[in-house]
Design a protein around this ligand. Structure first.
Ligand code: ADP
Ligand code: MG
Length: 321
């Protein structure tokens, strides 16, 4: 099998909304009149973003999921994506699984694969997603307001727990490990929540490198500070049963600096709290209030007694680790 047969077999399907899909020099897409295009790329490199042991179907899912998560954070509706793929050799059973996982998630979000590039090299997956959003409706990092409540969707820490177990640094019950592994290998992008938060949230970001670090990007962009509480780490919808099995201090690390969560972290004015809950219900995901935006700069984390903690929660930096 050669490059073109591979593209035809695993990555070419009849165009749906695309004017022209895979097969020509460019794909063609008719943008809806009056809409803005939201564009984002994310790259996954073997050994850095995923382990060689991950089942290909889950990897296909995750490669698109992390990109859809960026659209979700912007409040954009997914429309199409391209796939640039480098792999050491043609492995049909790998390609079969990878494309099945990828295209199943694409179908779920009606996000069409319209083109890409395929080459030989170390296993690397780069996806560019495109979404649409009405002008002025995109959720941005720079719009947090002093007095806003800070929320996190779903739950945090589980993906990092799975990684720690795989590294042999932690042990969990078989069922807790399985649910954490699922969170790590097949994150669910919060697309419906991002759409429901248009006009409700002020600022939004998706949590990929760790909650504290990603919140830091919002604070910097918005030129504000924040206070985070920690009682929610004790007990809330944001903390899974697997997380509950850890001592509190360890749980705090995983929740605030774990990474790979792909949840939405957003801020909203206190008077929007009913609207926030309504958006969460509509999107069928929990949201938990974890703190408040303040004047000044930087992040202060309060312990269970409400006393500021001196320790820092570092987020993941590819060039520092
Ligand atoms: P070109 O040489 O003009 O860049 P290619 O030979 O790289 O074109 O690709 C042929 C067609 O297949 C193009 O339409 C391209 O978008 C598409 N394509 C290549 N690789 C992929 C892939 N991994 N997934 C989807 N489409 C792909
Ligand atoms: Mg090409």
């Amino acid at each position: 099998m050669g490059e073109f047969d591979l593209i035809t077999r695993y990555f070419t399907r009849p165009a749906k909304r695309a004017v022209l899909g895979v097969g020509d020099d460019c794909a063609l897409w008719q943008i809806q009149p009056g809409m803005q295009l939201a564009v984002s790329s994310d790259m996954l490199v073997e050994g850095r973003h995923f382990l060689s042991t991950v089942p290909p179907k889950r990897l296909g899912h995750k490669a698109l999921a992390v990109n859809l998560s960026d659209l979700a954070a912007s409040g954009a509706k997914p429309v199409a994506f391209t796939l640039a793929l480098a792999m050491p050799r043609i492995d049909e059973s790998w390609l079969q699984g990878f494309s099945a996982g990828l295209l199943a998630l694409a179908d779920l979000h009606q996000c069409e694969l319209v083109g890409g590039d395929t080459t030989q090299g170390p296993l690397t997956i780069c996806i560019t997603v495109m979404g649409e959003v009405p002008p002025g409706d995109a959720l941005l990092r720079q719009s947090a307001q002093v007095g806003d409540d800070i929320y996190i969707s779903g739950s945090v820490g589980d993906a990092r727990l799975a990684l720690e177990v795989m590294r042999g640094q932690l042990s969990l019950s078989a069922s807790d490990f399985e649910s954490c592994r699922q969170r790590m290998e097949q994150p669910e992008p919060r697309v419906a929540l991002g759409l429901a938060l248009r006009g409700v949230a002020n600022a939004c970001i998706d949590v990929s490198d760790g909650l504290a670090g990603d919140l830091g990007h919002v604070l910097k962009a918005s030129q504000v500070g924040a206070v985070l509480t920690t009682d929610w780490v004790q007990d809330s919808a944001a903390i899974s049963a697997a997380m509950q099995s850890l001592p509190f201090a360890r749980r705090l690390d995983m929740a605030l600096a774990g990474g790979d969560d792909y949840e939405l972290l957003f801020t909203a004015a206190p008077e929007q709290s009913d609207a926030v809950q309504h958006a969460a219900n509509e999107a069928n995901v929990s949201v938990t209030c974890i703190g408040r935006i303040t004047t000044g700069s930087g992040l202060q984390v309060l312990d269970l007694q409400g006393v500021p903690m001196s320790r820092r929660f570092a987020s993941y930096d590819h060039f520092a680790n």
